[in-house]
Design a protein around this ligand. Structure first.
Ligand code: NAD
Length: 367
C-alpha cells in the first residue's frame, strides 16, 4: 500500500459495525468524540418501538474500541428485552465512555457527553451504570433533560441498587418455588459472587430470611465489611463454580457462565443481578436446561433498577416502584412455566415473550 488511504477493495473486506457479531439490527449507533475534554463515547440505540431507548452509561477502560463497541451493542440489546418483559414503555439503549472512571472522568467530560445525549432529542435517555454515580447524572442534567437516576434532592429516584437487589430476591424466590415447590429460602445455600451495591443488599434480604449465605469478591475489604454486618461465610476456596450449592447468584460482571465454568456448575438454580451472565445465550442457555439447572434470566430479574429510574419519567411513587418490582416474582414463574411446557431454555422463553410484546406494538403502530 503506497498511501494510508484504503482502496475500495480493501475497505470492502472490513465490516466495522454492521458486521459485528453483537450487531442485532440496532437502529442507531452514535460515536461521540471531543478532543478538548478527551471524551470518546459510543451510544447504542437498539430498538425504540416501545418507547425512547433508556439505558445507563458505563465508563470503562476498554482494551480497545472494538471491545467498547461490542459492549455497547450487547448491553443496549439487553435493555430492549429487559424493558419489554417488564412491561415498561421503553426501548433499549446504552452508552459507553472509553476511559478510566477514577482518573479520566471530569465534570467537563460529563457535560460534553450530556450535550451528545441532548443532540438525540430524547431518542436515547441515559442513566448510571458501572463507573458512574448519581452526581455524574446530576452534571448531565445541567445540559439535557434526557437523563434519569439523578439525586433525590433534584427530583430523581436516587440509587437504584437496593431496588435491583429486591427484584433479584423476588426472582430467586420464584425460581425456588418452581424448583422446590415453595419459595422459602431459609437454610438454602446461596453463593453471592460480587458484593457491591446490589450484592450487599441481596445478602441482607437473604440473611433476613435465614438462607446460608457464602460471599465471594475480589475485594478483601468489602468481604470483611459485609461479614461484619451479616451472618455470612466468606468463600476461601479456589473454584466457586465447582462448589455444591442450592443457588448461585452472580452479582459481579457478566459472562461467568461460559465454556470453562458451565460443566463444573453444581447449583440447582442460577439467579443473580449481573447483566449478560451467559457468554453465549443460545448454547449456554440450552446446556443449563440439559443439566437441569434452573436459570432465572438476568434481564428479567435484574429489572428493578430500570423500574426505579422509569419512575422519574412517569412520576410514579415509591409504592408503585415496589409493586412493579414485586411483580418480577409472577413474571419469573410465568416464564419458567412456559419454558417447561415448550421444553425450551428459560432465557429463550423470556426472550420470546419480550419479542412478542415488541412485535404487537409494531403492528399497532403500523395501523
Ligand atoms: P458494583 O460495582 O457496586 O459491585 C460489583 C462487585 O463485584 C464489586 O464489589 C467488585 O469487587 C466485585 N467483583 C468484580 N469482579 C469480580 C470477580 N471476578 N469475582 C468476584 N467479585 C468481583 O456493581 P453493582 O451496581 O452492584 O452491579 C453488579 C452487577 O449487577 C453488574 O453486572 C451490573 O451491571 C448489574 N446490574 C446492576 C444494577 C444496579 O442497579 N446497580 C441494575 C441491573 C444490573
Amino acid at each position: 500500500m503506497t498511501s494510508d488511504v484504503l482502496s475500495t477493495k480493501e475497505l470492502s473486506k472490513i465490516d466495522p459495525v454492521f458486521g459485528q457479531l453483537s450487531f442485532d439490527n440496532h437502529e442507531q449507533i452514535v460515536f461521540c468524540n471531543d478532543k478538548d475534554t478527551g471524551l470518546k463515547a459510543i451510544i447504542g440505540i437498539h430498538n425504540t418501538v416501545l418507547g425512547p431507548a433508556l439505558g445507563g452509561t458505563r465508563m470503562w477502560n476498554y482494551n480497545n474500541e472494538w471491545e467498547a463497541l461490542n459492549d455497547v451493542l450487547r448491553l443496549s440489546r439487553g435493555m430492549t428485552f429487559k424493558s419489554a418483559i417488564t412491561g415498561l414503555n421503553l426501548g433499549g439503549g446504552k452508552a459507553v465512555i472509553i476511559g478510566d472512571a477514577k482518573t479520566q472522568k471530569t465534570p467537563e467530560l460529563m457535560r460534553k457527553f450530556g450535550e451528545f445525549v441532548h443532540s438525540l432529542s430524547g431518542r436515547y435517555i441515559t442513566a448510571e451504570d458501572v463507573g458512574m454515580n448519581t452526581e455524574d447524572m446530576d452534571i448531565v442534567r445541567e445540559v439535557t433533560p434526557y437523563v434519569t437516576g439523578i439525586s433525590e434532592s433534584k427530583g430523581g429516584a436516587g440509587n437504584p441498587s437496593p431496588i435491583t437487589a429486591y427484584g433479584v430476591f423476588m426472582g430467586m424466590k420464584a425460581a425456588a418455588k418452581f424448583k422446590y415447590g415453595n419459595d422459602i429460602l431459609e437454610d438454602k445455600s446461596v453463593f453471592v459472587q460480587g458484593i457491591g451495591h446490589v450484592g450487599e443488599s441481596l445478602v441482607e434480604h437473604l440473611t433476613n430470611e435465614g438462607a446460608k449465605v457464602t460471599i465471594a469478591d475480589i475485594n478483601r475489604e468489602r468481604l470483611e465489611e459485609v461479614r461484619s454486618k451479616y451472618d455470612v461465610t466468606i468463600y476461601e476456596g479456589q473454584d466457586i463454580y465447582s462448589e455444591p450449592m442450592d443457588i448461585y447468584a452472580p452479582c459481579a460482571l457478566g459472562a461467568t457462565i461460559n465454556d470453562d465454568t458451565i460443566h463444573k456448575l453444581r447449583a440447582n438454580i442460577i439467579a443473580g443481578a449481573a447483566n449478560n451472565q451467559l457468554a453465549d445465550e443460545v448454547r449456554h442457555g440450552k446446556l443449563l436446561q440439559d443439566k437441569n439447572i434452573l436459570y432465572a434470566p438476568d434481564f428479567l430479574i435484574n429489572a428493578g433498577g430500570i423500574i426505579n429510574v422509569y419512575a422519574e419519567l412517569e412520576n410514579y411513587d415509591r409504592q408503585e416502584i415496589i409493586r412493579k418490582t414485586e411483580n418480577i416474582y409472577n413474571t419469573t414463574l410465568e416464564i419458567l412455566e412456559r419454558a417447561k411446557v415448550n421444553n425450551e431454555a428459560t432465557n429463550v422463553a423470556a426472550m420470546s415473550i419480550a419479542k412478542e410484546r415488541i412485535e404487537t406494538r409494531k403492528r399497532e403502530l403500523q395501523k
